[in-house]
Structures are given as structure tokens and as C-alpha cells.
Design a protein around this ligand. Sequence first.
Ligand SMILES: [Zn+2]
Length: 294
Amino acid sequence: MQKSSAGCRCHIEAVYEVDQSPIGKTSRSTPGTYVKIFDEIRNLYAQLPVSRMRGYSASRFSFNAEGGRCETCKGQGVIKLEMNFLPEALVPCEDCGGRRYNPQTLEVLYNEKSIGDVMEMTIDEAAEFFGAHPKIVRPLSLLVETGLGYLKLGQPSPTLSGGEAQRLKLVTQLKRGVGRAENERIRKMRKPGSTLYLLEEPTIGLHMADVDLLLKVLHRLVDEGNTVIVIEHNLSVIAEADYIVDLGPEAGADGGRVVAVGTPEQISKRRTSRTAPFLRKVLRPTRNKQARSS
Ligand SMILES: [Zn+2]
């Protein structure tokens, strides 16, 4: 937590809780729409000679509006099958083959790819494909750097894992290549470097490799001047913290008291802390060295 020289003046302008809940509930929401690059991609397609000749505007390339989309599936690419006594099932739309657009729209090609093909690209592929368009590439390369490059641009948001949704929310909070934040209101009221991010056990259900990527995003948020508070049992996360408040001594009703506070190095030496012996094992030699020199 930052402290000003005046003592208690608070520098935090906004608080944002980041959880693993889905970023969208329908297949109208995709990673591409969430980071708001579809507006730019649609503009690009509307400027192509074929579009100009036919009078196609950017809205023609929206799968959420009438005109360019496949009307059988209303641009969703899938049809909901409701069956008696059985859970609903989603099947690919037969008319567009899951590509969300009508044939005329799909005839407009940029570098031999239609807007439907673009939806099928991974973020990695799209970052290369749109290399000449900084406005599209910037948010994409941020997603690539934080390990989300394998997601498809048009992948329906409900199919993302909790960890992927969480990371996508965090990445859109990074300054470079800002996309749409989960909450526009927070974005408007926030000043740069003044947001407090709260995360409760963000590593639940995450693979070890994903934990590393999550840490990378959290570090970047802190590097930009924000504050991140994480409630966590995962030792890899605890070891990466600047400051730890260790609660205990036991779990549940026998806990809740502050057992130790300090840097990971300091906590690892406290006899009162149950976490200490485990923390000592994960603290990297480099961190120990840094602590000794400071
Ligand atoms: Zn369709």
C-alpha cells in the first residue's frame, strides 16, 4: 500500500475485484469483442474496394447486427437445441457452417481471408495477420505476451475457463493497448496508477504454468503503479509478494489473528509463522540474495 508523506492520505481512486466469473454469458461475447478490436477489424473490412463498391459499411461486418450476419443463427454460429427431458445442446449452424456471416459478407477478403476466417484465427495468428495495423495489433500482442495467444478471436466467452476469463480481465486493465474494461465506470473514474485490485484465491483450478502467467500480469499491474491484494494459500504467489500479512495460527475459528507481517524473506524467518518453513523452500536464491543486499 502506498503511503504519502502527509501520512494517511489515500492514493487509491478505484477498487476492482477480479474473479474467475465469465466475461460474457452468450456466444455474442468473444475475446475479440471483449478487448474491443472488432471495431477496428470491421472498419478495415469496410474500407476494402469490394465493400466500397457494394456499399458495405462497418456494421455489415458485425455478427450482432442484421445485414451481414447469418440470419439462421442470428450471427451466433450455433443453434440452441431444446430437447424434452435433456439439457440444451448447441450445434453448429448448418447455413453458415458456424461462420456467423452470410455468403455475400464472406466474399469480402483481406489478404485472402474473410471476416469469418478472422474469427477462427487464434490471437497469435491474428497478431501476425494484422501486423500492418497498430490499433489492432497492440491489444493483441499484449494478450500474446500474457500467454492468451492460443485463444480464438471468435471463441464464445462462455467456453473460456475461469482462469482464462480472469487473466483476460486483468490484461485489459494494463495501460498499453487498453481495451474495454469489465467496468467502464471504474475506468472513467480511475486515474493512472491508482487502482486497488482485489483477488481471492485466483490460482484455484489453475495449472502451474497458468499461475506463472497470472503472476506476470499481476507484476505488470504493480509496475504500472497499482496495488494488488491477493488472498492466497499458493506458495508461489505468496513468495512473489512485496508484503505479506500472515493470518493464523490455525484454520477457521482458531485462526484470524495476525501471526506475522513483512516481506517473504522476513516471514520465512518467523518462528510464529506456520507458513515460514514452506516459504523457505520456495523462495528463490535470487530473492534471498536481494534481501541480504538491501
Ligand atoms: Zn448461421
